[in-house]
Design a protein around this ligand. Structure first.
Ligand code: GLA
Length: 384
């Protein structure tokens, strides 16, 4: 893929600016294997970067203007860098402009720049197109302006752009894995200490495939349900008297059931049990027992559906159909409220899973989903 895409993007850059780009950078989307809605609770996550890249062709320009184009999204933007900040940029441009702002806040002297984005990570699919765009922009601008920042720092700045300029109170999982992902590995991340471990995910050797079922029922995090869940977790931590739900045990949550009320108790129960499931999944992967992940994936999905209430009829249907067709396990991935599910599928059964998911969606009267395979891949990098 990348050769043709690279050439087309460089050409698109030249058409718009009159000269070739100084370079092309890329950052991946992600799936999260397990550990959902735990990252803003200081908890554990286990995502993997995937072979769905956002590309950014970039070059410096005189003066202080940031010009932004996307091959997929209109309109382009032409902004004065000094005027970029929280609440001041509309639409898709808030992601790259927010990154330029965050780099500036960190002391990087970001000058004028032209950026052309080729963002093939499907927006709204729950595969973190926004983090991919932020991380590709962050690596591009940091390289162009000679900023020597390590990857966790760039991830933190990309997240800051999303939190403060885009206005979504997301955790740090997506940006960390888009920056730090490694081929054939999942990233075990402690979102409190930011300690990481690359955990082998040898799908090929295990004759498994990682299948993504995009329900095409798009989600928009800006819509407030995400922020509501986050607020509920902070309230529950306050009731429990802990700094974050990361510090609570299932026993503490049950003992405080009356004080937590409903849905507070269920929200907290999801987070504490999900953290334990991540640790269980990491143990299985360290032992090379990928084929035993099924029960943890199932329990995670049930908890997100029943306790956290962020699944959707389409996601539930996708998960049930995949498992019925022979998947080792399946669950919704990402924030939920639509978006995608993942399934771990024996190599020989991928066709069956695809057919059954399509048939079940049709029978339920849902629009057609998109079923595809993804490969755990490397994080952000310069391509040219
Ligand atoms: C979104 C956010 C992440 C994380 C997930 C849910 O992807 O960007 O920080 O909270 O939702 O696990």
């Amino acid at each position: 893929m990348t050769g043709d895409r690279l050439a087309a993007l460089a050409e698109a850059f030249a058409e718009r600016t009159g000269h070739p780009p100084e370079g092309v950078w890329a950052a991946p989307g992600r799936v999260n294997l397990i550990g959902e809605h735990t990252d803003y609770n200081d908890g554990f996550v286990l995502p993997a970067a995937i072979d769905r890249l956002v590309l950014v062709a970039a070059g410096r320009r005189e003066g202080g203007r940031l010009r932004l184009w996307s091959l997929q999204t209109e309109p382009p933007a032409d902004l004065e860098l000094a005027e970029v900040g929280p609440g001041r940029v509309e639409g898709w441009a808030a992601y790259p402009a927010g990154v330029a702002w965050a780099l500036g806040q960190a002391g990087v002297e970001v000058g004028g720049a032209d950026l052309v984005v080729d963002g093939k990570v499907p927006a709204g699919s729950g595969l973190s197109s926004s983090a991919a765009l932020e991380c590709a922009t962050a690596t591009a601008l940091a390289d162009l302006h000679g900023a020597d920042l390590d990857r966790p720092t760039l991830a933190a700045l990309a997240r800051r752009a999303e939190n403060e300029v885009v206005g979504v109170p997301s955790g740090v999982m997506d940006q960390m894995v888009s920056m730090l992902g490694r081929a054939d590995h999942a990233l075990f991340l402690d979102t409190r200490s930011l300690a990481t471990e690359q955990v082998p995910l040898p799908l090929e050797a295990a004759h498994l495939r990682l299948v993504v079922i995009d329900t095409r029922a798009g989600h928009r995090l800006v819509d407030g349900a995400y922020a509501d869940r986050r607020a509920a977790c902070e309230a529950a931590a306050a009731v429990l008297g802990v700094p974050a739900l990361r510090d609570a045990t299932p026993g503490q949550v049950e003992a405080a059931a009356a004080a937590l009320g409903d849905p507070g108790r269920r929200r907290a129960r999801h987070v504490v049990t999900e953290n334990a499931r991540v640790l269980g999944a990491v143990e299985l992967l360290r032992a090379g027992e990928l084929d035993r992940l099924g029960p943890l994936l199932a329990a995670s999905h049930a908890s997100l559906r029943d306790d956290y209430e962020v699944s959707s009829p389409e996601l539930d249907t996708a998960v049930e159909a995949a498992v019925a067709a022979g998947a080792v396990g399946a669950r919704m991935t990402g924030a939920g409220f639509g978006g995608s599910a993942i399934a771990l599928v024996p190599r020989d059964l991928t066709g069956q899973v695809d057919e059954r998911v399509h048939a079940t969606f049709a029978a339920a009267g849902f629009g057609p989903p998109e079923v595809s395979q993804v490969v755990p891949s490397d994080g952000a990098r310069r391509l040219a």
